[in-house]
Design a protein around this ligand. Structure first.
Ligand code: DI6
Ligand code: FE
Length: 388
């Protein structure tokens, strides 16, 4: 399948030439140019897509929060658990207690779910360490997941995720620490590909995020934002004002925010797993995104609190069923538009000459099946940079 301007842009009876890990040519087999291929792989008529891209995850963390899941099912709200010192802070405690090796091992275990659903690139955030040693530990673990897990990893620094208990009486000191010390230190170690923040009444304010993003830009780092998930806090517009790669969740973004995102080219990253788990009832404004030409990506948001989802094809299903995305939109959201959300459009996300040969080969008869089955294994093979 060649994903081009048209939906899917399918090529029937197609062929592809891969050279030095990159796509050299793709098209109909009848048009295959003369070549000196050293190896030929026959895919027996199977569908080929770009390797899927999970552009928003918190794959590295300690413990899990199934105990909070049980409480929430009895009606206790997510925000209440967070305010009582559970939520992100409970995962912080488990993450601080875990060694880097243990974090890598548990993340690799979860990663197997993602790669089994065709993922070749995964974004991984910090944000459960919330102090210098543990934020760096998480980011180093994320880099190792890339080296040891057979995927490309893009990291995001999420120091402004929650206020840790030791700073409850001194918020300003926490901001100084994260923005002026830990972010630059992590960046200097080559651990940061982008900077993210959680902008919500239970987390950080627009003014605080503004300061973080100014620092990120002074370091030359792109930004993205957990925006307008539980409430409309102007997060979409804030992200756009900073030229953010993406604004994520965006259930409650208003039209002014959507217009600003369109003008800035900020991708709307939809996270239907979190929407499901939190039993949300206000879906993101899909029609506004369509009308104003905001690109939509779809990701798992894999995290222990609001989205214990380790299957990107399940996220595609949930985006279609809950948000009424078309299967074409959903699949584009885990390929071309997910690449844009990571600032990697020049490298991945489409089957085009020059892009890396990150491919997923599927046992399906129609591409819509990738969004239709819920939990059925569909992957035949995966290629990363031209290698299975
Ligand atoms: N992503 C996040 O970072 C927060 N919610 C979300 O969808 C909090 C995740 C958590 O509760 O651990
Ligand atoms: Fe998230």
């Amino acid at each position: 399948m060649v994903e081009d301007a048209a939906p899917y842009g399918p090529v029937d009876d197609g062929a592809m030439l891969v050279r030095d890990g990159r796509i050299a040519w793709v098209g109909a087999r009848a048009d295959l140019p003369a070549h000196d291929a050293v190896a030929v792989e026959r895919l027996d008529g199977r569908w080929v897509t770009p390797g899927l891209i999970d552009c928003h995850t918190h794959l590295v963390f300690g413990g899990n929060r199934s105990h909070e899941f049980e409480r929430r099912l009895t009606g206790v709200p997510y925000e209440q658990i967070a305010r009582e010192g559970g939520g992100i802070v409970s995962t912080m405690t488990a993450t601080r207690a875990a060694s880097e090796d243990a974090l890598v091992a548990s993340a690799l275990d979860r990663l197997r779910g993602l790669t089994a659903t065709g993922v070749t690139t995964v974004e991984i955030k910090s944000g459960y360490g919330l102090d210098a040693a543990n934020e760096l530990k998480m980011l180093r673990a994320a880099r190792r997941v890339g080296r040891e897990g057979g995927v490309r990893v893009s990291t995001s620094f999420l120091g402004l995720h929650a206020l840790p208990p030791e700073h409850r009486a001194d918020r300003a000191a926490y901001l100084d620490l994260m923005i002026d010390q830990i972010l630059p230190a992590a960046h200097a170690e080559g651990l940061v590909d982008a900077v993210d923040a959680y902008c919500e009444p239970i987390a950080f304010t627009a003014v605080e995020v503004d300061r973080l993003f100014a620092k990120a830009r002074s370091l030359g780092l792109p930004v993205k934002l957990h925006a307008d998930q539980l409430s409309n806090g102007g997060g979409g517009a804030l992200a756009a004002a900073h030229g953010a790669l993406s604004a994520d969740h965006v259930e409650h973004v208003d039209e002014a925010g959507v217009v600003a995102m369109a003008a800035a080219g900020t991708v709307a990253v939809l996270l239907p797993g979190a929407y499901l788990m939190l039993r949300e009832t206000v879906p993101p404004p899909i029609d506004l995104f369509r009308r104003h030409g905001v690109r939509m990506a779809v990701a798992t948001d894999c995290n222990p609190g609001t989205s214990p989802v380790v299957s990107v094809t399940s996220a595609l299903n949930l985006a279609c069923v809950q948000f009424r995305l078309t299967p074409e939109e959903a699949l584009t959201g885990a390929t071309r538009h997910a690449a844009a959300a990571l600032g990697l459009s020049h490298e991945i996300g489409a089957l085009e000459p020059g892009k890396t040969a990150d491919l997923a080969v599927w046992n399906v008869e129609r591409p819509a099946e990738l969004c239709y089955w819920l939990g059925r294994p569909l992957l035949h093979r995966r290629w990363l940079g031209g290698r299975t």
